[in-house]
Write a new protein. Structure first.
Length: 123
């Protein structure tokens, strides 16, 4: 599915998502990734929510986003309470959603020039 061909202000945007694949800009990515308008961190360690820990958020927290979107794969799955505690301690707003929804929401927030990051699990 194609989302957008635009790159607002040169920012990283998600141009497409399919199970097992992301297209960010002109790159096809097959591993979990953290993306912000200015930064692309790949590969990102966890591949599924059962592997996801609060320590995996350190690279995303270092970006100091206002909002962190966590894409949990093909279905919305909530992480353990330690993940919520780490984001709360860092004073970062967050949303947990399936990866497709996280990609779409990320693009909208980038278009609004928000300080957003997305941690996207690709199984």
């Amino acid at each position: 599915m194609k989302f957008t061909a635009d790159r607002p202000g040169g920012a990283h945007v998600v141009r497409g998502y399919a199970p097992g694949l992301l297209r960010i800009g002109e790159r096809d990515i097959v591993t979990s990734v953290i993306v912000s308008p200015a930064t692309l961190i790949e590969p990102w360690r966890p591949r599924r929510m059962s592997e996801f820990t609060a320590a995996d958020l350190d690279p995303a927290i270092a970006l100091s986003p206002e909002v962190l979107l966590i894409g949990t794969g093909p279905r919305q799955v909530f992480p353990d309470a330690g993940v919520f505690a780490a984001l709360h301690a860092a004073r970062i707003g967050f949303e947990i959603m399936d990866t497709g929804a996280a990609c779409r929401t990320y693009n909208v927030l980038v278009g609004e020039d928000r300080r957003v990051a997305a941690a996207l699990l690709i199984e």
